[in-house]
Design a protein around this ligand. Structure first.
Ligand code: ADP
Ligand code: MG
Length: 567
């Protein structure tokens, strides 16, 4: 086939422009991104080859090469991983096929600093090559295909790329960066090595470079074609904690999570017992924009005795912890474990339960810490992922109470939308004689806060949780009590506040009931079938009337949610 010129998707064009401007001050990360991709490509090959040995083409030693050419002013990154066919090149490099992409771009501000963070959230990877290159040539052949099925992709990052079929004998991908004017400092053995050690030391495969030229005994430069490994090339998670610096943990996180920012925190442990495994689990600082996307791509990587098995094994953590990133390396699972086996494996169930415990424990230690930095971290975590964690109350029966203890809510105590009140805080402020945790659910915070159902409680100084996240209906539907205190909607049933009233108040109410008897009957007759019952209420102090549902009924808010979901 002849050479074809195709246009980038509009979003890709925008992204390229933005990247070049906002990430320039940190430009050397392009190498980290390309090496990260090369490593992923090798992992993918290893996984596919588990079921089809032939894909190795008699070359099972996976590795990454980095080279430079001073005269041509190019850098080359080469791997013998899975490679790509023509469709894959077009799909992976040239389009961003992820839901939410449009919304994402509409959030960009043009302020380089702010946008750099957003870009991190998006995970741009390959395109970072254009920060330093004014032309990128990618040549690739997918494992298992014949040599003349190679593909060459080339672009100046200006909106178009060309694609053609070429001959490529060795499998995998080679990326050549033609450096921009002024980027010559990258054409240095020393410089490249130091970037690799800084950002890619944790890559499990060897990253090879030509041996640096030495001097013979007469002082002449002695160049050598021999290659040597530049990185540690050992699995970071298999090393002992005391030998790993925070920087190393951070860089490893960026690779597994495809994130540009450091993680919020992590848990690294070797677990022994019936199942032996190592887990290194991270909590990101920021929710990815596809957190609610069912097709979302990254999660936990599963290894068996250091061999990569699969990415994104949904079975390894429950849905409500889907924001966690990292690796689990099992000592016991068989190497040929498949997704199907994982689905029904008791061993996996155990590993999963152990990891859930670890993550919840990690969150708990932040949430209950006396240290202000930890408290701030927890607040940040809650802001980003609280709504997802709350799903766990309905999803994970065994850990329901633990999760409930981690939840934070808005309440009438501060009367602001900030979700900062724990159920334990609430219980600590309960009035003498109060035996229920009162809440109200509504569509928005303002609707909850201004609800007439709160009037009497406000007057008596009784705190009410103000719940306005969609997931909250599910939370209160699944969590009936906390530490022996019942959760009670203030919009349901007869709200008995008599305990908080003095004799005079009670007397006044009894009189009112007698006095209003006729009116109540009239209203009941007028409304007829539309209502179950009309009664005198003491929950109001300003408003004349309000609607309530029976204790056993669906709340008005839930009814609205279900209606809007078409149910
Ligand atoms: P991400 O790594 O987060 O998926 P990138 O922009 O870094 O995003 O890469 C986009 C996609 O291009 C990858 O998901 C992969 O499918 C493909 N790709 C990039 N580099 C390589 C490579 N060296 N070998 C095979 N596929 C690659
Ligand atoms: Mg990448």
């Amino acid at each position: 086939m002849t050479k074809e010129t195709l246009g980038f998707q509009t979003e890709v064009k925008q992204l390229l422009q933005l990247m070049i401007h906002s990430l320039y001050s940190n430009k050397e990360i392009f190498l980290r991104e390309l090496i990260s991709n090369a490593s992923d490509a090798c992992d993918k090959l290893r996984f596919e080859a588990l079921h089809n040995e032939a894909l190795f083409e008699n070359d099972g030693e996976l590795k990454i090469h980095v080279a430079f050419d001073k005269d041509a002013r190019t850098l080359t990154i080469r791997d013998n991983g899975i490679g790509m066919n023509r469709e894959e090149v077009i799909k992976n490099i040239g389009t961003i096929a992820r839901s939410g992409t449009k919304e994402f771009f509409s959030q960009l501000s043009g302020d380089a600093k702010k946008d750099a963070n957003l870009i991190g959230q998006f995970g741009v990877g390959f395109y970072s090559a254009f920060i330093v290159a004014d032309k990128v040539t990618l040549t690739t052949r997918r494992a298992g295909q014949v040599a003349n099925q190679g593909v060459r992709w080339e672009s100046a990052g200006d909106g178009e790329f060309t694609i053609e079929e070429v001959e490529k004998t060795d499998r995998g991908t080679e990326i050549v960066l033609h450096l921009k004017e002024g980027e010559d400092e990258l054409l240095s053995d020393w410089r490249l090595r130091s970037i690799i050690r800084k950002y890619s030391d944790h890559i499990t495969l060897p990253i090879l470079m030509k041996k640096a030229p030495g001097y013979d005994k007469d002082g002449n430069v002695e160049a050598s074609d021999e290659l040597e490994t530049v990185n540690k090339a050992s699995a970071l998670w298999a090393r002992s904690k005391s030998e790993i610096s925070d920087e190393e943990y951070n860089e490893f996180y960026k690779h597994v999570a495809h994130d540009f920012e450091d993680p919020l925190t992590w848990s690294h442990a070797r677990v022994e017992g019936r199942q032996e495994y190592t887990e290194l689990l991270y909590i990101p600082q920021r929710a990815p924009f596809d957190l609610y996307d069912r097709e979302r791509r990254h999660g936990i990587k599963l290894y068996v005795r250091r061999v990569f098995i699969m990415e994104d094994a949904e079975k390894l953590l429950p849905q409500y912890l889907r924001f966690v990133r990292g690796v689990i390396d099992s000592s016991d699972l068989p190497l040929n474990v498949s997704r199907e086996i994982l689905q029904h494996s008791k061993d996996i169930e155990q590993i999963k339960a152990g990891c859930v415990k670890k993550v919840l424990g990690l969150l708990e230690s932040l949430a209950t810490s006396e240290d202000q930095a930890d408290k701030d971290k927890y607040a940040k975590f809650w802001q980003e992922f609280g709504r997802v964690l709350k799903e766990g109350i309905g999803e994970d029966f065994a850990n329901k109470d633990k999760i409930a203890a981690l939840c934070r809510f808005a309440s009438t105590h501060a009367d602001t939308p900030e979700q900062i009140v724990s159920l334990a805080d609430y219980i600590g402020r309960m009035k003498e004689g109060q035996d229920a945790i009162y809440y109200i659910t509504a569509e928005t915070f303002a609707a909850a806060k201004n609800s007439p159902h709160l009037e009497a409680l406000r007057k008596k100084g009784i705190e009410v949780l103000l719940l306005a996240d969609r997931v909250d209906e599910w939370v209160v539907g699944s969590l009936h009590e906390f530490e022996g205190k019942k959760l009670q909607s203030v919009a349901k049933g007869e709200l008995d506040l008599s305990k908080f009233e003095d004799e005079a108040e009670k007397k006044q109410q009894e009189e009112a009931a007698v006095e209003l008897k006729d009116v109540i009957e009239k209203i009941g007759e007028t409304l007829g079938e539309k209502v179950k019952e009309v009664r005198v209420t003491h929950r109001l102090s300003e408003s004349p009337a309000c609607l309530v549902v029976e204790n056993s009924d669906m709340s008005a808010n839930l009814e609205r949610l279900l209606k809007s979901a078409g149910q």
